[in-house]
Write a protein that binds this ligand. Structure first.
Ligand SMILES: [Zn+2]
Length: 278
């Protein structure tokens, strides 16, 4: 009974939160029944250990950039009941931009389409894999110290024909700038791909993957265990680009989310809580 009251209290503090599509909602439970499950839409959201407080649990809810706006409900189910939390999904105020690239990168031929399809399915199989082990135990860092040239979520028009959106954050980077692992993990892909160019994907465990694209050189190989800050390679301009830069992305429970917003949310879990009022 005590557990359930603590859960209700944690939940009631949130009310209806407005969450921008493409971002991450973090739920923190001071106590939650051991049999509880968290669902958001058709997805079961893993309940994870709080990185600083072993007594607490957390859940990362990725909000798909392409989801409809309006109220969406998180359902927490356990033996003695159900608790619902409404999230108000908003569009945010993402900018838009037009981009001109080689025509073959917008309208690929049959052979290229076969390749991109293969690469897409390979990546999705990786993102669908849930590693139970947590490899990270400290706040996320930036992949490089540089200006951001295009932020996540920007609506994009390629060569006036292809409508898309920017699924990561671009950092200004002359060719040859070291690219660092933003947290510890295991390299699950390190190779050249059609759109992403030379790419590295890191599994951080528990459904969190980070992605580093358009590299000129890759320093790691599949299966390598990397520590936060370790060099993964050098930035470049391989793949579908207009110039040299690093594209950095986070995939969370199979959904692309704003990587730097995700960092901020995770890193907040490491901060001291404000002292309680007497
Ligand atoms: Zn990018």
């Amino acid at each position: 009974m005590k557990l359930i009251i603590a859960l209700f209290m944690a939940v009631s503090l949130w009310g209806t939160d407005t969450v921008v599509k493409g971002t991450t909602k973090v739920l923190t439970f001071s106590k939650i029944p051991a049999d509880a499950t968290v669902r958001f839409g058709a997805k079961t959201i893993p309940i994870l250990t709080h990185p600083r407080d072993a007594a607490k649990r957390i859940a990362f809810i990725p909000i798909n950039y392409r989801c409809k706006t309006g109220i969406k409900t998180v359902r927490i189910t356990y033996r003695d009941g159900v608790k619902e939390i409404d999230l108000n999904i908003s569009n945010g105020d993402y900018p838009s931009e037009t981009i001109t690239v080689a025509p073959s990168k917008v309208t690929p031929n049959k052979k290229q389409r076969e390749r991109t399809s293969r690469e897409y399915h390979e990546a999705m199989n990786i993102y669908r894999t849930f590693s139970k082990k947590r490899y990270w135990n400290q706040p996320f860092i930036a992949p490089m110290n540089s200006h951001i040239t295009s932020s996540f979520g920007t609506a994009r028009m390629y060569n006036a024909t292809l409508k898309s959106y920017h699924s990561g954050t671009d950092f200004r980077a002359p060719v040859g700038t070291p690219v660092h692992a933003t947290n510890s993990g295991v390299v699950v892909l390190a190779k050249n791909r059609y759109y992403a160019g030379n790419s590295v994907l890191i599994d951080h465990g528990e459904g969190i993957y980070s992605c580093y694209y358009h590299l000129s050189t890759i320093h790691v190989k599949k299966g390598d265990v990397v520590k936060q800050g370790e060099s993964l390679g050098l930035s470049g301009m391989s793949g579908r680009v207009t110039g040299p830069h690093l594209h950095y992305a986070i995939m969370l429970n199979g959904i692309q989310v704003d990587p730097l917003h995700f960092h901020t949310q995770v890193n907040r879990l490491f901060e001291d809580e404000p002292p309680k009022q007497p």
